[in-house]
Ligand binder design. Structure first.
Ligand SMILES: Nc1ncnc2c1ncn2[C@@H]1O[C@H](COP(=O)(O)OP(=O)(O)OP(=O)(O)O)[C@@H](O)[C@H]1O
Ligand SMILES: [Mg+2]
Length: 774
């Protein structure tokens, strides 16, 4: 027997050695499902299955890379390289590059990210003259996305009176039209959105039997990790591709199904046995990841769900420490506690940062944790937040590169046609758009034929448009011979982008220039890396595809040592010795938006199960008494999940005395987190009379003296210089640009794009903004 098979227990070895035919591995967290998948692939190859005939679908590209690495150590690198392995999106994007032309797409189609989709939908709503408060572009994008994932095409939508009626009832009778326009515009732009990558693959495989046969024959062995979270579209692709040889291996855990909000369908796993004949079902029971305490605690939680497959999970690992529960007065304090605790563990046991992760329910919770980690000089990385590739300046460069490959790409064109400024105004762009719609052509094509069209555009502007077209065309010519790096560097200079940020001269401008440099370095790396691959050219199109499908998780090379911060959803499949789950509060976790039905609540509980089972050695659960949410400080209540863990597995750290709590309330006040009247409303806890919680005028005066710059009253008169487009400084979030102002009087709000990358909506009554430049 080969030695790698010895690294499996008997229960794991059985599915690895399973011969042909469908099989499913259903097992709890940490029991080795991913390991089984990996070793099964290696074993198949050792048995003589050609690596070209294997397709493996994973949850992240990072997971795919790690699997490939492991397989390479068993069967050798050159063979492992040929495996088709990756997320559904990346694998089928590749397939569509080969065969998407049958559906009328160019092989260099652009991939629209969510932001591109949203911008396009917003402009369609505007062009249709609809009320943007009723037709909210983000909501509409969400709906269209879920239609696509359920394979409801525009035609199917209009043929389904229930859907049409539901949208009419929701006061959005023209949603179908928006959907239609959106699909048309994407197609005309030679672009696919993320959902198209699955939808169009399905279309391709259904409409073109010869293409289906080709890929059925190619992918004789198909393996899917995290099968419980496949959506309908993904399910159908797998079903179609495996139909001929039936060599399909899926692994999953119904208790970890956490993506139903994105259309994942748990019944895919429950029905697997009905979908294929003679399915062999394997179960794994031994957890290798976590201590007894963690495994038992996780079991005691998931047992509360009514809707689940019976499963046993046990471990022979050590008992371990109990799960620690910690309460903090505010979210800022919670952050400080987590940072201090990480620091202490690191010091005590000389541990690298990479052994720690902080998990939260929503992205916005990361702020307080980040602040605290920064103060303690603990390096961290945020996964899934605003990724590098979504920064403005990076998207600007990428937009030019996208245009080179596909000048029809409307979102890219609109982004850069007047950036850096070249005197082409919005009115001109609007005229071009109308004309493009009228002639059913792309904006770029309209620009190419300006002379022949009778558009009401003056000669000066026409010349500028002509110059732009010429510039893009010169890049296209260069693209035929230069590699992606040489081209990108040329583009960054020639378009004036680099100069634009250099000219700016501010630290922000410099940071942006550095980011562009970083992007160029990345492209260089990519080009170098591609040189060793046989079927790659190091060309621009390969690079852009990589970028379009990259997530922050994928960029993690594991080289630098950082604490990992991410939402629980992203943590699926990962493991860390130390895990902090923060914000264990009602309405936050479980989320207020997911408590309407039992099934929603059960999904939240599965999410908690996923979170806890990431921990190998030690888990911390933290919650706060007061949290700053939606611009207000609210009283928080401990999460019901805390009580659901069997008592014997947890230890309640008694964290605060009231003096501590009182101090941090004042802290919160000077940072503008709450107004003073709110302090008086704080309910006494632990029987302390309210008077001792209230800072008197004297104390507040002292504090103001200590930090005069921070202690201005919160009910600031709203600065009249604060207008759309102006630059502002916020005491906590730093510098930003006002994108939009809405509301009146006390409700006046500003939407601000902060330099750090995030966009926030702030209530001006409370936000402490200094206008820098208007
Ligand atoms: N037989 C084994 N011997 C030693 N370690 C093992 C064995 N099987 C699995 N492991 C280790 O246990 C951990 C969990 O395995 P793996 O990630 O494959 O579990 P999983 O079932 O996929 O978990 P999840 O449900 O969280 O995705 C990994 O660190 C893995 O290397
Ligand atoms: Mg796994």
């Amino acid at each position: 027997m080969s030695s790698f098979l010895d690294e499996l227990n008997d229960a794991q070895r059985a599915p690895v050695l399973h011969k042909d035919g469908p099989l499913m591995v259903i097992a709890g967290a940490g029991s080795g499902k991913t390991r089984v998948l990996t070793y099964r692939i290696a074993h198949l190859m050792e048995q003589g299955v050609d690596s070209f005939n294997i397709l493996a679908l994973t949850f992240t590209n990072k997971a795919a890379r790690e699997m490939k690495k492991r397989i390479a150590t068993i069967v050798g690198n050159s063979e492992a390289k040929n495996l088709w392995m990756g997320t559904f999106h990346s694998v089928f994007a590749k397939l569509l590059r080969f065969d998407g032309d049958k559906l009328g797409y160019p092989s260099n189609f652009t991939i629209y990210d969510t932001q591109d989709s949203q911008r396009l939908i917003a402009s369609i709503i505007k062009e249709m003259g609809l009320d943007k408060d009723i037709y909210k572009y983000k909501q509409i994008q969400n709906r269209i996305s879920s239609y696509k994932n359920s394979l409801i095409t525009v035609k199917a939508y209009f043929q389904n009176p229930e859907l049409v009626e539901a949208d009419a009832m929701a006061k959005r009778p023209r949603l179908g039209e928006i959907y239609q326009n959106y699909v048309d515009r994407c197609f005309k732009a030679g672009a696919m959105d993320f959902d198209d990558l699955l939808l169009r693959t399905n279309e391709l495989l259904t409409r073109f039997p010869e293409v289906l046969m080709k890929y059925q024959d190619r992918f004789r062995y198909i393996l899917v990790d995290e099968y419980q979270d496949t959506n309908h579209s993904q399910y159908l692709i797998v079903k179609a591709l495996s139909d001929r040889y039936q060599n399909i291996c899926v692994v999953g855990d119904d208790a970890q199904s956490i993506y139903s909000f994105r259309g994942a369908n748990i019944s895919n796993i429950l029905n697997f046995q009905k979908d294929y004949d003679g399915v062999a079902v394997y179960r794994l029971e031994q957890n290798y990841r976590s201590t007894k305490n963690i495994v038992n605690a996780a079991n005691s939680i998931i047992a509360k769900n009514k809707n689940q497959l019976e499963k046993v999970v046990w471990t022979s690992n050590d008992e371990g420490n109990k799960i620690k529960i910690h309460r903090s007065p505010t979210d800022a304090e919670e952050g400080r506690y987590v940072a201090a605790s990480i620091f202490e563990h690191k010091m005590q046991h000389q541990l690298p940062n990479g052994e720690f992760s902080v998990l939260y329910r929503t992205n916005s919770q990361s702020r307080a944790i980040e602040d605290a980690l920064r103060k303690k000089d603990i390096p961290y990385r945020i996964y899934g937040g605003l990724s590098f590739y979504q920064r403005k300046e990076i998207k600007d460069v990428l937009a030019y590169l996208r245009l080179i490959l596909n000048p029809k790409d409307e979102e890219a064109l609109k982004r850069v046609i007047n950036f850096p400024a070249r005197g082409i105004g919005q009115t001109t762009v609007d005229k071009l758009t109308v004309s493009a719609n009228q002639y059913d052509r792309s904006i770029f094509e309209v620009m190419e034929h300006l002379e022949k069209l009778n558009l009401n555009i003056n000669a000066g502007t026409k010349r500028k448009l002509g110059d732009f077209v010429t510039m893009v065309k010169s890049f296209q010519i260069m693209n035929e011979s230069a590699d992606a790096f040489t081209l990108a560097e040329h583009v960054a200079k020639k378009t004036g982008l680099l100069l634009e940020f250099k000219k700016d001269g501010t630290p922000e401008g410099i940071a942006r220039m550095e980011n562009i440099e970083e992007l160029l370095n990345g492209i260089k790396d990519f080009v170098e890396g591609q040189k060793e691959l046989a079927d790659a050219t190091g060309g621009l199109s390969e690079f852009l595809e990589d970028v379009a499908l990259a997530t922050d998780m994928d960029k993690d090379t594991g080289d630098d040592d950082r604490v990992a911060l991410m939402t629980i959803h992203l943590a699926k499949g990962l493991e860390f010795p130390y895990v902090y789950i923060v914000g264990m509060e009602e309405d936050l976790f479980p989320s207020a938006m997911s408590m309407n039905t039992r099934s929603e609540l059960e999904e939240e509980r599965r999410l908690f199960y996923v979170a806890l089972t990431r921990a190998e050695k030690q888990a911390y659960l933290t919650y706060t008494q007061n949290r700053y949410r939606w611009g207000k400080l609210i009283d928080a209540e401990p999460s019901r999940f805390l009580e659901e863990i069997e008592e014997q597995y947890v230890e309640n750290l008694t964290p605060v005395n009231d003096g501590y709590r009182y101090k941090s309330m004042i802290d919160a006040n000077i940072f503008g987190e709450i107004d003073k009247s709110k302090l008086r409303q704080i309910k006494p806890k632990n029987g302390t009379p309210p008077s001792t919680l209230r800072p008197n005028e004297n104390q507040l005066r002292k504090l103001r003296k200590l930090k005069p710059e921070l202690s201005a009253p919160n009910t600031n008169a709203i600065d009249s210089n604060l207008i759309e487009g102006c630059l502002v400084n916020h005491t906590r979030f730093g510098k930003g640009k006002v994108l939009k102002i809405e509301g009146m009087g006390n409700d006046k709000k500003a939407e601000i794009q902060f330099e750090r990358g995030d966009i926030k909506k702030l209530l001006l009554r409370f936000a402490k903004l200094e206008v820098l430049e208007s």
